[in-house]
Every structure is written in C-alpha cells, then in structure tokens.
Ligand binder design. Sequence first.
Ligand SMILES: Nc1nc2c(c(=O)[nH]1)N[C@H]1C(S)=C(S)[C@@H](COP(=O)(O)OP(=O)(O)OC[C@H]3O[C@@H](n4cnc5c(=O)[nH]c(N)nc54)[C@H](O)[C@@H]3O)O[C@H]1N2
Ligand SMILES: Nc1nc2c(c(=O)[nH]1)N[C@H]1C(S)=C(S)[C@@H](COP(=O)(O)OP(=O)(O)OC[C@H]3O[C@@H](n4cnc5c(=O)[nH]c(N)nc54)[C@H](O)[C@@H]3O)O[C@H]1N2
Ligand code: SF4
Ligand SMILES: [Mo]
Length: 752
Amino acid sequence: MSRTALRICPLCEATCGLVLTVDDGRVTGARGDRDDVFSKGFICPKGAAFGALDADPDRLRGPLVRVDGELREATWAEAFDAVAAGIRPVVERYGPHAVGVVLGNPNVHTMAGALYPPLLIAGLGTRSVFTASTVDQMPKHVSSGLLFGDANLIPVPDLDRTGHLLLIGANPLESNGSLCTAPDFPGRLRALRARGGTLTVIDPRRTRTARLADRHLAIRPGTDALLLAAMAHTLFEEGLADLGERATHIQGVDELAAALDDFTPEAVAAACDIDAAAIRTLTRELAAAPTAAVYGRIGSCTVPHGTLASWLVDVLNILTGNLDRPGGALFPQAATDRTPRPAGPGRGFALGRWHSRVRRHPEAKGELPLSSLAEEIDTPTAEGEPVRALVAVAANPVLSAPDGDRLDKALGGLDFMVSVDPYLNETSRHADVVLPPPPPAQSPHHDFAFNTLAVRNQVRYTRPAVPLEPGRMAETEILARLVLAATGMHGADPAAVDTLVIDQTLGKAVQAPHSPVHGRDPQELAGLLTGENGPERRLDMMLRLGPYGDGFGADRDGLTLDRLLAHPHGIDLGPLRPRLPQPLKTRSGRVELLPEPIAADLPRLRAALDGRPGGLVLVGRRHLRSNNSWMHNVPALTGGSNRCTLHLHPEDAERLGVENGQPVRVKGAGGEVTAPAEVTDAVRPGVVSLPHGWGHDRPGTRLGHAAADPGVNVNQLLDGSLLDPLSGNAVLNGVPVELAPLTAAAPERSGL
Ligand SMILES: Nc1nc2c(c(=O)[nH]1)N[C@H]1C(S)=C(S)[C@@H](COP(=O)(O)OP(=O)(O)OC[C@H]3O[C@@H](n4cnc5c(=O)[nH]c(N)nc54)[C@H](O)[C@@H]3O)O[C@H]1N2
Ligand SMILES: Nc1nc2c(c(=O)[nH]1)N[C@H]1C(S)=C(S)[C@@H](COP(=O)(O)OP(=O)(O)OC[C@H]3O[C@@H](n4cnc5c(=O)[nH]c(N)nc54)[C@H](O)[C@@H]3O)O[C@H]1N2
Ligand code: SF4
Ligand SMILES: [Mo]
C-alpha cells in the first residue's frame, strides 16, 4: 500500500517541507511539498535521498553494550542499566565535572536534541560541556551576547527584501545556508539579482555562490576582520555612518570610531590582498544601498579573529542603519520563543565564568572548546579531575574536531562512554553503550533552533511519517531515560522528565507579571495541555506561552499544538519585523557597540596588520550532497565531484611540480594526510582546500560504503592549539600547511 506523509527535512538548516512516499512502512521517495508555507516545494539532492538515508542498512537497529571488550547487541533495559552503572560511580568518586558531555550538530536537527540535553547538563551539574558550536558559530554567539546581551539573538539577513547582500565566508549554493534558514537559498539569491539588487561575495575560493555574484573578492584567508574593520573605518572617515531610526537604542559610536582609527583600507590592503580602492568602493556601495545586509558564516567564524569578524558584520549593519529594519538584518521571532518581556536592562552576557582545567580556556555560553576535549581527558593536572566518563549525543568529534588521532586515543582511555548515535562510527566505536535513535521518518519534527534564524517567521510540526518499528525507541525517550540514568534516577518513568519541566516552566510563568498566564494555577494550565506524549505537551506549552500563543485562553486566536496540527503544511507568521529594543538584554538595555572584551581583543587584530603569510594556507569546502561526517555511507550521495581531493591553484601546482590526480602529502601542525590533487583555479593562489568529515578508515566501525572510499581527515592537520581566544572556537580555515607531491606508486595510499 502506497501513501504519502509530510516530513520537515532535518538534513540541513533550510528545513524544507518534504512529501514522503511510504510503501509498506518504508520511505521509497521524497519530493518537495509545494504547499509548505516556507519551502514551497524546494528540495535538494540530499532531501531527495531521504529514503536511502533512512533505510541505510548500516544504521544500528538496537542498543549495543560492551561485554568483555566487545560491543554486543543488548536490550534497552540492559543498555540503560549499563549507563547508570558506568556514570554514577564516576560522579560519586570524582565529582560532576569528571563526566563530559559532547553534543554534535544533529542535535539542532532533532526535537530530542533541543528538549533533553539542557536537562542532562543541569542534572549532572558538569562544566565539562563541549559541542559542535566551538568548531562552528560560537564567535557569532559571543558577538551577539556582547552586542545585544543575548548569545542566541542573531540578526538574519532579510534575503527576500534586501537590495544589497554582502556575503562573507559562506557558500549557500552548496550548504543551503547557515544561521540564516532559507529554503531555496540559491533561488532567493537569484531573485535578489533579478529585482536589481547586488550580491557581493568574499571568499578565497570562486565558489558556486561567488559565480552567481555581481562581484567576488578572493580575500586572503583569515583576514576578514581586517577588511570589515577597514570598511567600518571608512564609513566614519567618509561621513557615511548613519544609524537611522534605531540610533536611540545604540551606544558607543564615538568610542567605536576611535577604536577603529588605525584600520584604514590602505593599512589592511596588503594583509587581505585586496586593493584599498576596492575596499572603499565596497563600503560606499554598502552605505548607498537603499537597504543592505552583511552576512558572514563559517569562513568568517572559524578563523583566528572569528569573534571580531562576527562582531564587525553587525557593526556594519548597525552603522549603515540596516540593523532591525526591513531589507536589512533583523531578529526573527519564533513561535516557541519565550514570552516577550518588556524592554529594559537585562543581565548582560558574561564570558569566562569558569575555565578549562588544562589550558585555562574561558567558557563561552557554558561551553569549553571542543578543541580541548582530548587534553581534558588525557592530561592530569594538580587541580581538578580529568574527564573520565563521556556522554556523546549526535557527535563525531574524532572527525569534526582538531587532532582526531589524539582524541581517538583519549576516548579509548575513558572509564566509560555512551554514544547516542545511529551509526557505529569513528567516535561511537569507543562507546561502552551505543543507543541508536530511530531513522528520521520514525521521528517527529519541529525546528526549535532554526525558526529563530529563519528569514520568515513561520511554524511547522510533523509527526512521525512512519510508526516506530518494533524494538525501536523514540530519541526523545532515549534521551529522557539517559537523563534519568545519568543523574541518579535510573528506572524512573521517562514521562516524569517532561512533567517536571512542564511544572517548573508553568510555575515560573504564572509568577511573571508580563506573562499572559500571570496569577493562574499551574496545575490547571498543565491540565489544558494537549499532545500524545511528553514532547508534544512541551511543544504545546511553549507555543501557548510564546509570542503568537493563545496564552492558555488569553487570546482565542492564538497558537496551540491543536491549531498547528490542523495546518500540516505549517502556518506563516509573516515577514521579519523590527523588534528593538524589546529583545535586548544588555545591562544598559541598549546595543553596546564596543563591549569591553572586544575592545581588549583589538590590539591582536592591529598586530595582524603586519601579517604577510608567505606559505600555503588551507581552507575547507562543502559539497551539496554531503553533510559533515555522516552522509558518506549513502551511495546516492557520494561519488562524482563529492570526493576528498586537495584543490590547489595551477600556479602553486606548477611551482611544486604537482599534477592533477597526483597524491600529495599535506603537512600541518597536528599531522599529515595524503590526498589526490585536483588542480583548479577556483582557489586563489596560496590557498589549498580539503573538505572535512572524511577519514572513514578506522577499524571497528560499521560504515560499509563510506569505508570503501574513506578519504582523509583534514582535521588531523590541526593540533588543537589554534583558537579564537574570545569564543574558544577552533581555527579551521587559513591554517598554514606544507605540501609534498608523491609519486603515484608511493606507499602512502590513504585517501586515494
Ligand atoms: N575542518 C573542518 N572541520 C569542521 C568543519 C569545517 O568546516 N572544517 N565544520 C564544523 C561544523 S560547522 C560542524 S557543525 C561540526 C559537526 O560536527 P559533529 O556534530 O561532530 O559531526 P556530524 O557529522 O554533523 O554528526 C555527528 C553525529 O551525529 C550522528 N547523527 C546523525 N543523525 C542523528 C540523529 O538523528 N540523532 C543522533 N543522536 N545522532 C545523529 C551521526 O551519525 C554522527 O555520528 O564539524 C565541524 N568540523
Ligand atoms: N551540503 C552541505 N551542506 C551543509 C553542510 C555540509 O557539510 N554539507 N554543513 C552544514 C553546517 S553544520 C554548517 S555550519 C553550514 C555552513 O555553511 P557555510 O558557511 O555556507 O559553509 P561552507 O560551504 O563551508 O562555506 C564557507 C566558505 O568560506 C570560505 N572561506 C574559508 N576561509 C575563509 C576566510 O578566511 N574568509 C572568507 N571570507 N571565506 C573563507 C570557504 O572557501 C567556503 O566557501 O552548512 C550546513 N550545510
Ligand atoms: S536544502 Fe536542506 S532541508 Fe532542503 S531538502 Fe536539501 S537537505 Fe533537506
Ligand atoms: Mo555547523
């Protein structure tokens, strides 16, 4: 029997609505949902391969528990018994910080990942928290925390209305966008150009996005903060700064102008390898555009001045009057956001409330750098305990983080490790217990994270497209049981976890004067919640307390889970709207343009003015049919141009005597890898590029297809010491490397 079912795609940040074809409980096809209020039918090759990914025979079907050194199939009860028995003694003997928590990227793509990890961390009381954010966007969180008082308040370019987009270190034609949720990002960029707008791309590679642009500047990697500082400087120098209507909500303009005094276009030109005249033109165009948005992503974050670059992106939006105005960069308002409180001073954003044990890295947003995970496990110090037990949820840091070999070894030395992961891969192979979530078709979906970053306010929820197979456990239940097992409540009813959250949240809401439920009885409110299970009741609660909610009856037309379920293609909540000053949580209640930690980091940027790196530097790249480390096991998504090759410019190839296809040894501070050369002028001279997430040749994994063409782990070139100091984010781009061509017959065949 063939039927269709709706499912929001969880495979990248674009969150497209899909129509799945289901035959006998198996997904046999996927197409874009033309009625989806947001994606309107768009689909990419990854979404189209949803069925193949869902049905990957290498997905684990049940839990694994290590017995006598070997992972064996076990019952769920045995698996959670083993988790409790593994974690509790470590907490009791060494304290909570000896238990590390590692959260990977797919947590932002599942409901479970949004709802339970915060409870796990709070319940354990551990400060040993590491996530994919510190190999990704932590600089943006820190800059938003400092500017706006809220690390999660990130302005998003108003793609559909802007007249001018300056796109820095992002390649949405391959990535489909990031920190800017926009189904059919490519189509939206084409529409920008079609309506007479301008697209400028800053990227050391001539990417597919750059080819679409009016102008592409191939900057020297790692120097964007200098370029952006020079643009801000030019706005002041040429009298082009104009804060517009929001000026009353912004402080620190004069101090900012003084702080950027040295960063003239002429001063930065050599380091960036961009003409001073071009920088001035870029700036004048940005200032002259009727509306404009500056947007930076991976290439602007994962660099030595990631926080400064992220800050300067918004500084430019602010100085050109484009922050918080239609066509500029605005703050989305998601349906599950907290009830908006009245505008006014907040608690501000603190950095470095505690530090990592070994190298004293400051925490940011409650996290320590993922780059320091290995040393926090393998290096004893006089003070504090090493991490001895690890909970990894949807994380593959052996491939995603610097120096995978060291981490691989460190994980092998843990007292206990549990992985919540569908695959036995480079990281989960070290676990003593592996808890596999069901495939995506069997999971419900709502985008808690990405709706706060979407270019249009909208809300969608899809129930599981296919019922849970026998023997499967929903990921929400897996994580609820994991929370109980890890926090000394092993065996309690997992529904109690949701009940506890609901009671606490409603208890607080009724006390908040600005809440629509102020003064009501929390038990009565809890009784009003609908939903088939705990996670659905929590979603209902968040929707009803949220900015569009019914306030539990206060607004009859407001949002509830029932109303959302009656709209299976979602509910459109309109274009992004100006919101200042309401969401600001700085101590001043205003946008603080020159926060102290930023000012204190500017001398480091000034020192970079003299930088003229002579040697080769490495940057990354993404391929449309791939996603980080976990989609190389699907035949439909591999092959063709999706290969782990080393891009290098013809001039560099000639100088080094490298021919197309020849194996090349790449050496970095953390190690070396060998990959075949792909000579292409898409990279600028002096820059080589390797994609990440490859290196599937370790023993003990169960990734049949990926292991057949494993590629190499680019992060082995890093030793984990290069960080953006304010955010603890790893430097993954602009990393110095050396090349040595090998003859095809050389023994080093890894990655070929
Ligand atoms: N050199 C270099 N390194 C990089 C990057 C780069 O650009 N260059 N990019 C960085 C970025 S942006 C990121 S976000 C990180 C990603 O780093 P990670 O999050 O560590 O890696 P992923 O490959 O996204 O997947 C993590 C794990 O999630 C599992 N998984 C997939 N679906 C689910 C699910 O539904 N539930 C659960 N529980 N698990 C699931 C996968 O099997 C995989 O083991 O990598 C970073 N590393
Ligand atoms: N197909 C696919 N889609 C994905 C992913 C994937 O792995 N594959 N990963 C997802 C994840 S987790 C994320 S975070 C997003 C990332 O989304 P994007 O940020 O759009 O990702 P990239 O395609 O890596 O684009 C980064 C660009 O920065 C450039 N770059 C490198 N160094 C510098 C520099 O110093 N300065 C400048 N200006 N540019 C530089 C690189 O050449 C590259 O083109 O993509 C998401 N979507
Ligand atoms: S663009 Fe992203 S969300 Fe849309 S179909 Fe492709 S992978 Fe899925
Ligand atoms: Mo990411």
